[in-house]
Design a protein around this ligand. Structure first.
Ligand SMILES: [Zn+2]
Length: 347
């Protein structure tokens, strides 16, 4: 399959070929057919924080996982990081040609001291062993609940620090849910790689996160859906905490980007295939279009270790009629979606 267009973010005019699940910029000797011309070309969208596969009681099934991943793919989302799922992802789904590239993190580990009681959470008093086991059984990531109730202490620092150090020694990475000032501080200070939600992220913490190449995933999409409801609730510390956390995300995203933190797009919510909403949030926060779109595409892939549209790279390609950096709305209307070298959509 031959495709021509403009590569993002470089802006380079290009002609490329998809040979099975491989990209090449060198004309193959075999005959090819042109599937699209003059598109703006990306390796597809990425949602780095999504939990497909669960029913209302947080019961995970492979069928539901595949169906909700298909919703992501239909929107041009060719890769997902799944930072927490209650059941294992069936191995056959990882190589299924219809499935997006997956980076999973296993069970959401909550230190027993937090006693969340949330059906998604797996309580443990041994974060170290549990975290290493999940990272090894998944894609080198584990996911920790660093805090839960707004007025309760976060995960004990020694437990989280021990896990992060041991994970890094093995080449694994740690993502942490944090929404309280104390939880966010603990996660950053313990060396967590990817700060999820990151409410009350202060400038000193942003500097520390930047200095070690950390990532921040604000998941504003999830909160903006409910913020009006919360505004209508009776006054009180819980409401203040929620609104304060959400209100701070925009500034944190902008400051984090300026400081050199890798800001990434994750939705943490239904509908699946909605990461464009997080791009809109990042744009509204003042991130440049190339950065905001990259956060949901090439930058996210690089952070997850997935090649983009490079010689010999995987054949994931999503093309648009106009430059999404000029018209971000076009991200919701891909002209061409190719996943693993197979055409999903061609309009
Ligand atoms: Zn989540």
């Amino acid at each position: 399959m031959r495709v021509t267009g403009t590569l993002l973010p470089s802006g380079e005019r290009t002609e490329l070929w998809l040979l099975g699940d491989r990209v090449t910029f060198t004309r193959p000797h075999t005959e090819s057919h042109t599937v699209a011309e003059n598109l703006f070309l990306t390796p597809g969208l990425v949602d780095v924080h999504t939990h497909p596969g669960h029913d209302e009681a947080a019961v995970f099934t492979g069928e539901r996982f595949a169906a909700e991943c298909a919703q992501h793919v239909a929107a041009g989302t060719t890769a997902l990081r799944v930072p927490g799922h209650t059941g294992p992802v069936p191995p056959a789904l990882r190589t299924d040609p219809a499935m997006p590239r997956l980076v999973t993190a296993g069970r959401l580990l909550a230190h027993t001291g937090l006693a969340t009681g949330h059906p998604m959470h797996a309580p443990t008093d041994d974060l170290l062993s549990a975290g290493l086991a999940e990272a090894a059984a998944n894609d080198g990531w584990c996911k920790i609940i660093a805090d839960w109730e707004h007025d309760e202490p976060p995960v004990p620092e020694p437990a989280l620090r021990a896990l992060v150090d041991a994970a890094h020694a093995r080449g694994f990475r740690v993502a942490a849910h944090c929404q309280t000032a104390a939880g966010t501080r603990t996660a950053v200070e313990c060396g967590v790689d990817s700060i999820e939600h990151g409410w009350y992220l202060t400038d000193d913490l942003i500097e520390r996160l930047a200095a070690r190449g950390g990532a921040f995933v604000p998941t504003a999409t999830a909160f903006l859906q409910i913020v009006d409801d919360v505004r209508g609730k009776p006054e009180g510390p819980r409401k203040d905490y929620f609104l304060g956390g959400v209100d701070g995300l925009s500034r944190s995203a902008a400051v984090a980007h300026e400081a050199g933190v890798t800001v990434l797009a994750g939705t943490d919510s239904a509908p699946f295939g909605n990461v464009v909403s997080e791009v809109r949030f990042l744009l509204s926060a003042g991130l440049p279009p190339t950065v905001a779109i990259g956060a949901a595409s090439w930058t996210a892939r690089a952070y997850l270790g997935l090649p983009g549209l490079v010689e010999g790279g995987p054949a994931d390609l999503v093309g648009y009629d106009v430059d999404p950096r000029r018209e971000p709305g076009v991200l919701s209307h891909p002209r061409l979606i190719v996943l693993r070298g197979r055409i999903v959509t061609r309009r």
